[in-house]
Design a protein around this ligand. Structure first.
Ligand SMILES: *Cc1c(COP(=O)(O)O)cnc(C)c1O
Length: 397
C-alpha cells in the first residue's frame, strides 16, 4: 500500500490543528490561524465555546445515546424551540445535511402521494446548487462532476439554469412535487437569490400546489444575520433542511416542515438510528441558547457591515486580484480575478483560513461571535496577501 490508508477523496492542505480557541485554530507547533472557513460554516460559535463545551460534557457524563424507540426530552425541546422560532410545526433530526435534504425530498413526495397525487414526485432544482453527496442529493444538485461514474442518476430532478431562474415556471409539469433551492448558494459561490425571486417562487408553488423546500444547511442559523436567510425576503417555505451551524461542530441536521407538508410522514415511513440523540440535542439546544439571545443577530449584522465595508475597500485597492464582494451577513464571498485556490493558499500563508467555492469565489465564514478586532486582523491578512499576489501577477505579465 502506498501513502495514507484514507480514501483519496480530499485535497487536503498540509496542515493540522491541535486545539481551537474562539476564532482561532492552533497547530501542534503553536502556530495560530484565524479560522474564517469555520469547518465550512459549521463552527457557528467558534472553537471551544464555554457554553457548548459545558453542554456537551455535562450530557456526556449522563447519557450519550438512546434510540428513537424511546422519548428523548431534549429532542422534543429542541424541536419545539425550532418550531417556535420559525415557520415550522414539525422537525425530524438527522446526522448531516444530506440526510436532512433526503428527508425533505421524501417529505415532499409523500405529501403529494398522501394528497392523491403519486404522479407528482419530480423536484425542480437550480444549477450550481449543492445539496449533499448521497445518490439522491447529487442528482438534486445536478453537478456533472459529482455524478460521473456513479451509475444512473436518481430519477425525478429537473434543473433550471441559474440565469433562467425567472423562467422556472416553464419547468412545472403535472409531475412536479416541489421546488428545492438554497436562498444563498454556498458551494456555488455565495450567490444570494434576490428577494423578488424568492417571493416569485413562493407564488409559483402556491399557484401549482407545489411545496417550496429551502436548503438552509449553510446559510441558516444566523449566518446571514437573520435566524434563517429566507426571512430577508419575507416568505416562508413549506419544508427546510438545516445542518452545519445548528451543531456548532457536533454532527447534526434537521428537516423542518409545516404540519400540512409533513402530513404524509406517518409512523414507520422514515427513521434514523443516530439522528436526534441526547449528545447532539444537548449541543443543538446550547447553540440556540446563544444564537437566539436578544441582540445576538443584530450584532452579527453590525459586524457583517463592518467586514463588508472593509472588504470593499480592499477590493478597490487590488482590482487585479478581486472583482467583487457578495453575500449577506457573515456569509461573504470574494469573487477573484486570479485563481481562487491560489488566493485561498495565499491567505493561508498569512494565517487566515478561508474556503474556496464555485464561480472562482473565496468564501469567508467567520464564527458568528467573531470579534471586531479579529475582523480587522482578517482584513489586514487579506490586504497583505493581495499585495503579494498583485505584485507577483504584475511581475508575470
Ligand atoms: C454542506 C451542505 C450540504 C450537505 O451537508 P453534509 O452535512 O455534508 O451532508 C447540503 N446543502 C448545502 C447548502 C450545504 O452547504
Amino acid at each position: 500500500m502506498s501513502g495514507s490508508a484514507l480514501y483519496n477523496t480530499f485535497a487536503r492542505a498540509p496542515l493540522s490543528f491541535e486545539h481551537g480557541e474562539g476564532s482561532w485554530l492552533v497547530t501542534p507547533g503553536g502556530q495560530r490561524f484565524l479560522d474564517f472557513a469555520g469547518g465550512i460554516a459549521v463552527n457557528s460559535l467558534g472553537h471551544g465555546h464555554p457554553h457548548l463545551v459545558a453542554a456537551l460534557t455535562e450530557q456526556a457524563a449522563k447519557l450519550w445515546h438512546v434510540s428513537n424507540l424511546y422519548e428523548i426530552p431534549d429532542q422534543s425541546r429542541l424541536a419545539d424551540r425550532l418550531a417556535e422560532a420559525t415557520f415550522a410545526d414539525k422537525v425530524f433530526f438527522t446526522n448531516s445535511g444530506a440526510e436532512a435534504i433526503e428527508c425533505a425530498i421524501k417529505t415532499a413526495r409523500r405529501y403529494q402521494y398522501a394528497g392523491g397525487h403519486p404522479e407528482r414526485y419530480r423536484i425542480i432544482t437550480v444549477e450550481g446548487a449543492f445539496h449533499g453527496r448521497t445518490l439522491a442529493t447529487i442528482a438534486a444538485g445536478g453537478q456533472p462532476k459529482y455524478l460521473e461514474g456513479f451509475g444512473p442518476k436518481v430519477e425525478g430532478f429537473d434543473q433550471i439554469a441559474y440565469a433562467d431562474l425567472d423562467k422556472i415556471e416553464d419547468l412545472v409539469s403535472g409531475e412536479t412535487a416541489a421546488i428545492l433551492i438554497e436562498p444563498v448558494q454556498g458551494e456555488g459561490g455565495i450567490r444570494p437569490v434576490p428577494s423578488s425571486t424568492m417571493r416569485k417562487l413562493r407564488e409559483i408553488c402556491d399557484r401549482h400546489g407545489l411545496l417550496l423546500i429551502l436548503d438552509e444547511i449553510q446559510c441558516g442559523i444566523g449566518r446571514t444575520g437573520k435566524f434563517f436567510a429566507h426571512e430577508w425576503s419575507g416568505i416562508e417555505p413549506d419544508i427546510m433542511a438545516i445542518a452545519k451551524g445548528i451543531g456548532g461542530g457536533f454532527p447534526m441536521g434537521a428537516c423542518l416542515a409545516t404540519e400540512e407538508a409533513a402530513s404524509g410522514m406517518v409512523p414507520g415511513i422514515h427513521g434514523t438510528t443516530f439522528g436526534g440523540n441526547p449528545l447532539a440535542m444537548a449541543v443543538g439546544n446550547a447553540v440556540l441558547d446563544v444564537v437566539l439571545e436578544d441582540g445576538f443577530l443584530d450584532d452579527v449584522q453590525r459586524k457583517a457591515l463592518l467586514f463588508k465595508q472593509g472588504l470593499a475597500s480592499v477590493i478597490d485597492e487590488f482590482p487585479s486580484v478581486f472583482e467583487e464582494v457578495r453575500g449577506e451577513g457573515l456569509m461573504l464571498g470574494l469573487k477573484c480575478r486570479l485563481q481562487n485556490t491560489a488566493v485561498n493558499a495565499a491567505l493561508r500563508d498569512h494565517n487566515l483560513l478561508t474556503a474556496p467555492a464555485g464561480d472562482n469565489v473565496v468564501r469567508l465564514l467567520p464564527p458568528l461571535n467573531v470579534g471586531d478586532d479579529e475582523i480587522r486582523i482578517a482584513l489586514d491578512a487579506i490586504r497583505a496577501a493581495a499585495a503579494g499576489l498583485a505584485e507577483k501577477a504584475a511581475g508575470a505579465a
